[in-house]
Design a protein around this ligand. Structure first.
Ligand code: HEC
Length: 384
């Protein structure tokens, strides 16, 4: 017993020192994990982009991968690190970034340090092929209580970006309290993103992106769905190599009883500042909160000519907190920013959104809309 423990300690210690001395990054060890968690939801045979599932596929794309990762162009995620902590953040960590850089600079070794061939050490068995795995066709949040199929959409080969709007009748005969909403596309090659709102009220109830498929609300909070409510689905498509028919499914999970804290939307439009009163190319909007406010998620519209968006709160004590700083939007991948833990702002704080345009003299959006999903702890006064 004692001997076994000692032996495992020795093995452990050897393992660690080996790892620090020999810092070769290997496909089978570090790279495949990065592909699994950040890339193959898109880069797959059955996904919207060329596959990066096997060693060979990845090795052949090594240089574009290097450039895109350094430029933070891939994976798509517009929020600048350091401002807000998001549950659906798909950016590579600094460490993952460094792994990719080292791997490419080391010419892309596979397993035993050799490039390309899946070689076994002398006398050992041929190692099994290591590859990244996709998780298409599964509910990520868990089995929903209610599922509803959406109307099917047929997308032509090579079709440019388009949005299809489909209302979904939930068939509710009484109000229900929504805890979580998830979407599962029928065909991942053409679906890029989906946004869901309550048709009757316009309230946002969740979004789907290839890397994060659901909205799950914090404990004790829920969104009230009125009897007879419809969900409006906006599905973002881009054509694939062939004509594809996609039919997605919506999955809903309810709270067993009315939730103490109802989630609602604060909508804020950033508009042009009167000529001469502010710098050109800047849109701004602000609202004063009249109760303690917990922010679950933010959503911004990515209008044409938009360079960056800053959302911050100015508190009565003069302190400022940046809630989101996003730039380099990729219009193909509209994403919400879902906080890992809701951000709590005190009563009296001013919530401000500033949008900067890439070209102040070019065509401009009249307004850039920010939607914040919020709740107030039971007993606190709602704003306005
Ligand atoms: C949300 C989907 C998505 C995710 C996640 C994603 N990509 Fe992409 N990527 C795309 C699409 C779509 C393209 C364009 C593909 C095409 O033109 O066929 C692309 C293009 C690329 C390109 C080619 C760029 C060029 O200059 O030709 C590289 C390299 C790349 N991605 C690497 C990655 C890596 C590495 C990851 C993970 C760290 C990743 N991507 C994550 C969707 C994604």
């Amino acid at each position: 017993m004692k001997k076994a423990l000692l032996l495992s300690l020795v093995v452990c210690a050897l393992g660690i020192s080996h790892g620090t001395l020999n810092n070769t990054v290997l496909f089978d060890r570090e790279i495949v994990r990065i592909l699994d968690s950040h890339c193959v939801m898109c880069h797959a045979e059955k996904g919207p982009a060329f596959p990066l599932e096997t060693y060979e596929q990845t090795w052949l794309q090594m240089h574009p991968i290097y450039l895109d990762v350094i430029a933070r162009h891939m994976p798509p995620w517009p929020a600048v690190p350091g401002y807000g902590i998001f549950a659906n953040d798909n950016a590579l960590t600094l460490r993952e970034n460094q792994f990719i850089v080292s791997w490419v600079e080391g010419l892309g070794p596979r397993n035993a340090g050799a490039v390309f061939s899946n070689t076994a050490a002398a006398g050992a068995e041929q190692p099994a092929e290591v590859r990244a795995h996709t998780d298409f066709g599964h509910w990520q949040f868990g089995e929903p209580q209610l599922t509803r199929p959406l109307a099917a959409n047929t997308i032509e080969a090579g079709q440019a970006n388009q949005i299809k709007r489909t209302p979904v009748d939930l068939g509710l005969t009484a109000p229900r309290w929504l805890r979580a909403l998830e979407y599962m596309p029928g065909d991942y090659r053409v679906a890029r993103a989906a946004v869901f709102t309550i048709q009757e009220t316009g309230q946002w109830v969740g979004s789907w992106t290839p890397w994060y498929g659901y909205l799950s609300l914090p404990k004790g909070t829920a969104i009230r769905l009125p009897a007879g409510a419809h969900i409006m689905a906006e599905i973002y498509y881009k054509g694939g190599k062939e004509r594809i028919t996609d039919q997605g499914k919506l999955g809903l999970t309810f709270a067993p009883e009315p939730a103490p804290n109802a989630v609602s939307d604060i909508v804020l439009d950033a508009k042009a500042i009167a000529a001469g009163r502010g710098p050109a190319g800047r849109l701004r909007g602000a609202i004063r909160l009249t109760a303690e406010t917990h922010i679950v998620a933010l959503r911004t519209e990515t209008a044409a000519n938009l360079k960056s968006i800053e959302v911050f709160a100015r508190k009565l004590d003069g302190g400022t907190e940046v809630l989101l700083y996003a730039k380099d939007f990729q219009p193909d991948w509209p994403t919400p920013y879902i906080y890992k833990d809701p951000v709590v702002l005190p009563s009296g704080a001013e919530l401000t959104v500033t949008a900067y345009l890439a070209n102040p003299d070019g065509p401009q959006a009249a307004a850039v809309r920010l939607t914040a999903s919020v709740f107030h702890k039971a007993g606190a006064q709602p704003p306005r």
